[in-house]
Design a protein around this ligand. Structure first.
Ligand code: A3P
Length: 277
């Protein structure tokens, strides 16, 4: 028809804040920041930069879901909103609250690494914080062994590494197919392989599954991600710290302590990780 013009396409809806579709629940010092930053480089992901601590801090929980939503980044339709708070993994009430408030469709990512390495990484952080505060550091043995010299099962550093116990609690509230475990040790050496599995789990278009998305930074000794517009992003200096030397006797005690727990994790997940020995 003469004079007829096709109307211009309607503008895309403005980006909006949304409750998370996926949470990285932990575990602390296993590579949670690397996983979040790598995923944030994906065009279909919008990640909250800081840890929100909604399900583990009662004063934040009391502010309600609209407060929680307000902490999220703006996202376009079709983008996945992700937050990470490693404290959720070990917080008794977190799985029940997350299920009740976000529903059973929530996807959960859990990243785990050798539990002994995790303890040493936690200790490296302790040393760093003490030095920064000008306070004397405690020897690792004081933090993880009891007076008798045995591994202290009540130590927080030890408890965090007893992965099957926390995971069992999460699986009481979420179907197993809603939770994916990322191998933190493999994320360090072959990030694209672990990200391929994460993309499959989240039904995201393939983007981070190619080796060329990651660039090894020899100064840092870790991979950095090539994000949108090919910009390279590395983690800060507080990630990938040098680990302090640990006495072989203490290491042997820790290895022996975690061995049966690793077995129970293998039974629970049906997966054997290289670090299980
Ligand atoms: P270390 O600093 O002990 O080496 P989290 O973010 O959960 O605190 O985990 C920190 C750990 O992430 C680091 O522990 C480091 O080993 C690991 N990590 C994995 N991939 C990394 C990367 N590309 N850059 C820096 N650290 C990475």
């Amino acid at each position: 028809l003469r004079g007829h013009r096709t109307p211009p396409p309607s503008p895309p809806p403005p980006p909006q804040q949304q409750l998370p579709h996926c949470i990285i629940i932990g575990a602390r010092k296993c590579g949670t920041r690397a996983l979040l930053d790598f995923l944030d480089a994906h065009p279909n992901v919008a990640a909250a930069r800081s840890e929100i601590h909604y399900f583990d801090k009662t004063d934040r929980l009391r502010r309600g879901l609209s407060w929680y939503r307000g902490q999220m980044p703006r996202s376009r339709p079709g983008q996945f909103t992700i937050e990470k708070t490693p404290a959720y993994f070990v917080t008794e009430a977190a799985p029940r609250l997350a299920r009740r408030q976000l529903g059973a469709n929530l996807r959960l990512l859990l990243i785990l690494r050798d539990p002994v390495t995790r303890v040493v990484s936690d200790y490296a952080q302790h040393l760093h914080r003490r030095a920064k505060a000008g306070r004397p550091a405690r020897p690792l043995e004081r933090l993880v062994l009891s007076g008798s010299g045995r591994v202290n099962p009540r130590s927080r550093m030890i408890q965090t590494s007893v992965y099957h116990r926390h995971l069992r609690r999460w699986l009481r509230h979420f179907p197993a197919d809603r939770l994916h475990i990322v191998d933190g040790d493999r994320l360090i050496g072959e990030p694209h392989e672990e990200l391929r599995l994460v993309e499959q789990f989240l039904s995201l278009p393939s983007f981070l599954n190619r080796p060329e998305q990651f660039v090894f930074n020899s100064t840092k000794g870790f991979y950095c991600v090539r994000g949108r517009r090919q910009r390279q992003r590395c983690l800060g200096s507080e990630k990938g710290r040098q680990h302090p030397p640990v006495s072989p006797v203490t290491l042997a005690k820790l290895r022996a302590y975690f061995e049966p727990h690793n077995l129970r994790l293998a039974e629970l997940t049906g997966r054997r990780f290289a670090w299980m020995g």
